[in-house]
Design a protein around this ligand. Structure first.
Ligand code: R5P
Length: 303
C-alpha cells in the first residue's frame, strides 16, 4: 500500500545506510538547528556520552487500563525508575504516583480518547501545553496513525503539538502506531517515520522489523527509538534491542519487555548495557540471569 513512487521505479532507492547523517555542533541527529532549551531537554533524554537512551514506557493505561505489570505502579514501577534514562507516562500517573524528587526526564503522553473498546486512531490531543510546562517535562509525545482510519486527525494532532512545543522549547516524540491490523514492515515504517519527521517531530518511536530496519533509521532525519512491543523471552528482547541499536536506533523506549519480565530490574540493567555499551545479546542475557538470581537471593522486605 505505501510508497506510491515504487510503481514502475526508474531507479533503485539508496538509503546510504552505512553513512551516518552529520550532526554539526550537537550530538543528536537532526537537532543542530534547534534552540538551547530544546537541545538541553533532548540532552536530558539522550545521554550525550553515547547519544542513546533507555526510556521506560509505562503509559499503556491511557487506553488499556491496568495493564499486566502496571496494576500498581507505586509498588512495582517506581523502584525501577532510577534505572531508566527517561520515563514515558501520563500526567495522571505522574501527579498521583511519581515522587516529585525524582529528577528523571519525563516524556509526557499527550494524546488520548478511545479505549481498547473503540477505534484507536480516533485520538485527540489530551493535554494542554501549559500543563506540560507546569510538570517540567523534557518532551511531549503522541501516537500518529499513518494509514489508520483517522490518519489526518492524528497527524494534525502531532503538528499542533509540535507547534505548541516549539513556542516553549519542548520537543515532540511521535509514536508510529500500528493499530490492530496495520502492516509492520520496513516499507510501512519508512513511510510513517519520515512523515512524522517531515512534519516536525524531533524524535520518532517505532517498532523493530527484521528486514530493512536500517533503511528506516537512515531515511529518517531525526533520532529513532525502538518500541518494545509485546512480551518476548528475555534473550529475544535483548537481541531485538541490540539489532535495533546496531542498525541505527538512538535507543529504546520499552515497556512490556521490561515490566512484564520475571526480573524487571535485571532486565532494565541488561538493556542499558546493550544500548549504551553495545553489549552482545548473549552476554546481556548472562548478565540478566546473574542479576535476576542475585535479586532472588535477597531477603524479602516485610510489611
Ligand atoms: C502504547 O501505545 C504506548 O505508547 C507504549 O508506550 C508503547 O507501546 C511501548 O511500550 P511497549 O514496549 O510495551 O510496546
Amino acid at each position: 500500500m505505501p510508497e506510491a513512487d515504487t510503481v514502475k521505479p526508474t531507479k533503485e532507492k539508496n538509503y546510504y545506510e552505512h553513512i551516518p547523517m552529520a550532526t554539526p555542533g550537537f550530538f543528536l541527529k537532526g537537532a543542530s538547528a534547534l534552540d538551547w532549551g530544546m537541545k538541553n531537554r533532548l540532552a536530558r533524554i539522550f545521554n550525550p556520552a553515547t547519544g542513546r537512551t533507555v526510556m521506560l514506557a509505562i503509559d499503556h493505561g491511557y487506553f488499556q487500563g491496568p495493564t499486566t505489570g502496571l496494576e500498581r505502579i507505586d509498588l512495582n514501577i517506581v523502584p525501577l525508575m532510577p534505572m531508566a534514562d527517561a520515563l514515558m507516562l501520563t500526567r495522571g500517573i505522574l501527579r498521583t504516583t511519581v515522587p516529585p524528587a525524582l529528577t528523571k526526564p519525563i516524556v509526557l503522553r499527550c494524546s488520548g480518547g478511545p479505549s481498547i473498546l473503540k477505534e484507536l486512531s480516533n485520538e485527540e490531543l489530551a493535554v494542554d501545553i501549559e500543563d506540560a510546562v507546569r510538570l517540567n517535562v523534557a518532551a511531549v509525545t503522541l501516537q500518529v496513525f499513518i494509514g489508520g482510519e483517522y490518519e489526518t486527525r492524528s497527524v494534525h494532532n502531532m503538528t499542533r503539538l509540535v507547534d505548541m512545543g516549539l513556542r516553549l522549547g519542548i520537543p515532540t516524540m511521535a509514536v508510529t502506531a500500528v493499530g490492530k491490523t496495520m502492516t509492520r514492515d520496513a516499507q510501512y515504517f519508512r513511510l510513517a517515520c519520515r512523515i512524522c519527521a517531515e512534519l516536525g517531530a524531533h524524535m520518532v518511536k517505532t517498532y523493530y522489523c527484521e528486514e530493512g530496519f536500517e533503511t528506516i533509521t537512515a531515511s529518517c532525519p531525526v533520532p529513532i527509538v525502538m518500541a518494545g512491543g509485546k512480551k518476548l523471552p528475555e534473550l529475544e528482547a535483548l537481541t531485538m534491542a541490540y539489532n535495533a541499536i546496531q542498525q541505527g536506533a538512538a535507543g529504546v523506549d520499552m515497556g512490556r519487555n521490561i515490566f512484564q519480565s520475571e526480573a524487571p530490574k535485571a532486565m532494565m540493567q541488561a538493556i542499558a548495557k546493550v544500548v549504551h555499551e553495545s553489549l552482545k545479546p548473549k552476554a546481556a542475557f548472562d548478565l540478566y540471569e546473574t542479576l535476576k538470581n542475585q535479586e532472588a537471593g535477597k531477603p524479602k522486605r516485610r510489611g
